[in-house]
Design a binder for this molecule. Structure first.
Ligand code: AMP
Length: 464
């Protein structure tokens, strides 16, 4: 399917082509045709699925460029996401010369926000508090011509307590098209949305979960401590671009300081940075200055960082949705990605919960040892499974029966019991040897694959 097949204007198809977007993503294919018809909809989609363009493209197509009135509003939960959406929208300015987009967020001072506001923009992107203040309380512009409002990352808007502002905004619009994008589709979100959606709302979701190209792994770090484990892991794997997540700012701080002390050239991102520093860090990340980012969950939502190859969770967030957001930073647009969860074998509660809840993805297990990462066949199973008697394969059972029968004496012989035991042991040894050879082969294959992957990556980097 091409963008042309979505009945877009020639100008739009050309613009998308110039911007390097040749084929619509899944969420774009489902959302754009409906959105162009003015239908209100709810799309369950992650950052990285192309959701921003799923709403920007139809908004831009439906905008009347000869009308200097506000026609669409995009509400984002964070300043970073608002800025990112604003930047994406402005990329279309060369193709739609009369396009006028403006950013209203707490990133810029109120005075700045109100300055240059004489001519109303056609599209406004902003954070809820600032939008409510300027558009609802201060009546900065008439909202009569607003045809579309987008609630981006709606579950986050709800979690951050922004719904009263969103409600106030919606109350000042006349039955607009509402497009809701949310990574999760919880009942309380549906309940909240039902309040302001009167009719014609398409609830069906365009579910694009964490990309299926993400591989999930658990690593038992065997009590070495997060800093030592991450350091060893990074040296072993040498990732192209890796985000290391921890749940609290304190943990992020400690991890960052520890990695720096170990000579790892990491960059830091958390909510404790002021706006300017955050913007600076995001610019540096996008310019590929560093290959390791140590971050809090703030970076797991909304912010688009291309080419992340590895994500490490040194802990699991208590809200496991956050785990999927973390893992979703990699494996984007069909690329491969790996998400590594560090755990200690005696703290497995969250890990087990994740495994129980998630029946869709495949998780594998490793142990971080001094000499490298070793596959761990037992994983999170109770350790007593380790000593559980081996279930004998059918062929082995048969051979044991034959060996027993053969060693049965025709008449009483000295040592016949020992001889029989010896015959059985011989069969067992043969099968054990086979099993060991198989697992060694598997491990070697995994190592070769890993080497080939590293070489390919090196070659790719060289090409780029
Ligand atoms: P999202 O955060 O889900 O909006 O994803 C944004 C990322 O996907 C950005 O890097 C976009 O430039 C990129 N993107 C959006 N649509 C496409 C497309 N159709 N083809 C390739 N990349 C795209």
């Amino acid at each position: 399917m091409s963008f042309r097949g979505l009945s877009l204007s020639d100008t739009m198809v050309k613009a998308l082509d110039k911007l390097g977007y040749h084929e619509p993503s899944a969420v774009q294919s489902t959302v754009i045709p409906k959105a162009l018809r003015g239908i209100s909809l709810l799309a369950q989609s992650e950052t990285g699925s192309g959701k921003t363009h799923a709403y920007l493209i139809p908004i831009l197509e439906r905008t009347d460029y000869n009308l200097n009135r506000v026609q669409a509003i995009v509400v984002s939960p964070t300043r970073e996401l608002a800025r990112q959406t604003f930047d994406f929208a402005r990329q279309f300015e060369p193709f739609f010369p009369k396009l006028h987009v403006r950013l209203y967020s707490s990133e810029t001072e109120t005075s700045q926000n109100e300055q240059g506001s004489k001519v109303p923009p056609q599209i406004i992107v902003g954070t809820p508090g600032r939008l409510k203040d300027l558009l609802v309380d201060k009546h900065l512009f008439t909202l009569q011509n607003v045809r579309t409002i987008v609630l981006d990352e709606a579950d986050m808007l709800l979690d951050m307590g922004f719904f009263p502002d969103v409600e106030a905004l919606l109350a000042s619009l006349e039955e607009p098209q509402i497009m809701v994008f949310s990574a999760t589709l919880r009942q309380n979100l549906k309940d909240e949305l039902t309040k302001f959606v009167r009719s014609g709302f398409e609830w069906e979701s365009d579910k694009t979960e964490t990309a299926s190209t993400v591989r999930h792994h658990f690593i038992d770090i065997r009590h070495v401590g997060d800093v030592a484990a991450v350091t060893q892991f990074l040296r072993l794997r040498n990732p192209y671009l890796c985000i290391v997540f921890a749940s609290t700012v304190k943990a992020v701080d400690a991890l960052y300081a520890g990695l720096k002390a170990n000579g790892i050239d990491a960059i830091y991102f958390s909510g404790s940075l002021d706006d300017r520093s955050r913007r600076k860090v995001i610019r540096a990340i996008r310019a590929n200055h560093n290959s390791v980012i140590v971050a809090s969950d703030l970076l797991s939502r909304g912010i688009d960082i291309p080419d992340v190859t590895d994500v490490i969770s040194v802990d699991l967030p208590s809200d496991l949705d956050f785990y999927y957001h973390r893992a979703g930073r990699t494996g984007r647009f069909g690329k491969d990605g790996d998400s590594w969860i560090f755990y200690n074998a005696d703290h497995t509660r969250e890990a087990k919960r994740l495994l129980e809840e998630n029946k869709k993805d495949k998780f594998d297990f490793y142990t971080l040892k001094k000499d490298g990462l070793k596959p761990d066949p037992v994983g999170l199973l109770p350790k007593e499974k380790l000593t559980k008697k081996r279930e004998l394969p059918e062929a082995e059972q048969k051979e044991i029966l034959i060996a027993k029968a053969r060693s049965n004496p025709k008449h009483i012989e000295p040592m016949h019991k020992k001889k029989r035991q010896f015959a059985i042991e011989k069969v067992k040894r043969k099968y054990r040897r086979k099993a060991i050879q198989k697992s060694v082969r598997k491990e070697l294959e995994a190592q070769y694959r890993e080497k080939a992957r590293a070489l390919n990556e090196k070659a790719d980097k060289h090409h780029n």
